[in-house]
Structures are given as C-alpha cells and as structure tokens.
Design a protein around this ligand. Sequence first.
Ligand code: ADP
Length: 400
Amino acid sequence: MSCSSNKDRDYEAQSQIINQFLKQVNHKLVVMSGKGGVGKSTVATNLAIFLSNQGYRVGLLDVDVHGPSISGLLGLTNLKLNTSGSRIHPYLYNENLEVVSIQGLLNQPDDPLIWRGPLKIGIIRQFLSDVDWGPLDFLIIDSPPGTGDEPLTVAQTIIDCKAIIVTTPQEIALADVRKSIHFCEKVNMPILGIVENMSGFICPTCGNTHDIFKAGGGEKTASDYKIPFLGRLPIDPSIVTAGDEDRSIDTLNHNIKIEMQSIIDKLINLLPINQKGAEESMKVAIPLVSGKLCTHFGHCEHFAIITVNDGRIIKQELLTPPPHAPGVIPNWVADQGCTDIIVGGIGEAAQAILQNRGVKVTCGAPSDTPENLLDKYMKGELVDSGNSCDHEHGHSCGGH
Ligand code: ADP
C-alpha cells in the first residue's frame, strides 16, 4: 500500500475519533478577533469560567500556537498537561472546567504525540482527537487573531462551530473585524455575536466613564451586519493585574463581573440550551447525472442527500437509488428520511407520493451542482415552478 493511502487512512481514522468526541459536545464556540491584543483570550477565559460556575461542563482549548495566553489568564503559567499512552489529560481548573493549552505541552517539545503532522492543523486535530475531554456542554476555543490556518482548521473540522468575535471600539480594530465576519461567511460558520472589549474606562477616582478607545463601534458593526451584539466590557486595570501577576481572572472586580454575566445571559438566550437536536434541520435529496441535477427525475444515476442543521451542511452522501419502477424511487427518497427534494421535472404521481410522505417538493430547478442548488434553496432563491414535468423533454420525467 502506498504511503499516501496510509496517511489518508490515518487521517480518516482520526476524523472518526474527532467526530465521536464532537457528538458529545452540545455547543462549540470559537472566539475570534480581527487583530491581537483586543482581549479575545480574556473573553474566552471569562466565558469558560462563568459558564462552568453556572454548572455547565466546559472545555477550554487554546489553539494559539504562537501566543498561548489562556494558562496565564487562569493563573496557570506552569501548567503541564499529563499524558498517558496516546492520550492527553486536560487540566481540571474546577469541577466543571477542563483546560487544554499548547502551553501545557511546550515543555515537552520532543513528544512525538504533539508534533507529528503538519504543525498547526495537526495540533488542533490532535487536541480534538487525543484529549480525554469527556462529554461537554460547551467547547470554547481560543483562536489566534486573524483568519489564518487555525480558525480555518476549526471551521473545517468542527462543522457546527459558531463564532464569537471580540473587538475594541476604534476603527482600526473594526476594519479587521469586518474581515473576520467575511471569513465566517466564507467558511459558512454562523456568528453568535460581537463583544466590544475595552469599551470605556470607569475612573476609580471620579467614577466617570472615559471613552479612551471611543465606544459603540462594535455595536454599530454588529448592527450593520445584522449580527447580535452581546455586550461590552470596560477597561479594567484589575484584568491586567490579574493576568500579569499570574492570578486567575476569577478575581475580577464587581463591575466587570456584572457586564460579563450579561454577555453570558445573552449568549445562552441565543443558543438552544438543553434542547439538543431542536435546531432546525432538513435532509435534502437532489437527483444527479454526471454530478449535476438530472432533470429526468426517474432516470438519475445518484441522489445527493444533504443533511443541513442550523443552516449548515453537516453531512453529504451520494446514494444510488433502486431501479426505476412506478412509485419505487419516491418511496425510496422518503425512506431515506428526506424532508425536501429539489428536482427539474417530476411526474404527478411521484410528486403526490413524496408530498403524502411529508417530503417538500421543489420543481423546475436548473441543471447545476447540488452545492449550488442547496445554497440557492437555503437563500430562498429556488422557487417551485409547480409540476414542470414537461418543460425539459416534453414527456413524463418518470418516477411515477
Ligand atoms: P488577545 O487574546 O486579543 O490577544 P488578551 O486577552 O490576551 O488579548 O488581552 C491583551 C491584554 O489586554 C492583556 O494584558 C489583558 O490583561 C488586557 N485586557 C484585556 N481586556 C481588558 C480590559 N477589559 N481591561 C483592561 N485590560 C484588558
């Protein structure tokens, strides 16, 4: 067997382990920022601590290979992760919060477990496959700033991950946030909301708020892009001191705790907490010939069966239907659990079977790839033309 097929097999096996783990995680959140130093790690760490204090089981993963800061923010600069065999044990910060940071492995640079494979992508995948996380309510990932390899690997590996974007209020930071928003749109990762950090300074002497980096820019960007605004955190010297003195940011002052709690409350409201599986989902069938929609429903080579959850594709299969005979293919489509079907033309009898079995039929779609058709379908751009059976061939399309 060739070397590359061995590698493919290893990659596949690892993907399976990752998927098994991810199935046990209710909510996967990646905390992103357009530029460094805006407080992304501070927000990620606070989210993890607050959620764990509220009784949620939380995993906090720092994938910032170049500047891991989570362990410092938690007062764990000397954090060392234990390994046994091929398994990595997360650090238990409290009974609900498990922490894994690249920092905890840096003192073992020769460890072949950690450094095998293409560096950044390999490490992130290993953190998902080789760490003994256990079932989690939240996996919070602190990604390095920008739109590089790390957030891309997260988006590609954790297909139902959602983003939280942290920014400071001034225009230079907001320009980078817009790049992060466009990145999320490109990789099809929903944005849960924007947090504006370092938003005003409450003077401990006079009690007035001074907008050192201006204020409100994050909220305006959120509103421009119709993204939820989760809230703002003021500049608070206790955050810097806690980080610098290697004390946990658990020791934050009262004001910032109130603001942080309000961000958590908004976040929880946006998530289907404790309603696992309640997110909107659909399974769409598209008949294909040579990789594109077959306008002749009953005579297609394959069906693309695409599962969409919460607006994102979570599974795509290519299935061969049984041989063409009256009623067979529509019933087979319904047996696959499909909720929707996109077709060019379709016979009335076939259409009736599908509709009776609860499958929504959209007729009159053009010959295009399943991805393009699904994209248009989800945007509401594919309009059912009614029974368009005759528009292509001037005769019945089959599948009766
Ligand atoms: P990033 O992850 O975006 O690079 P960090 O979370 O590491 O940013 O924060 C950068 C620095 O700013 C740290 O020293 C941190 O303590 C400080 N910091 C973050 N948020 C605040 C805040 N609201 N008030 C004061 N200092 C802050």
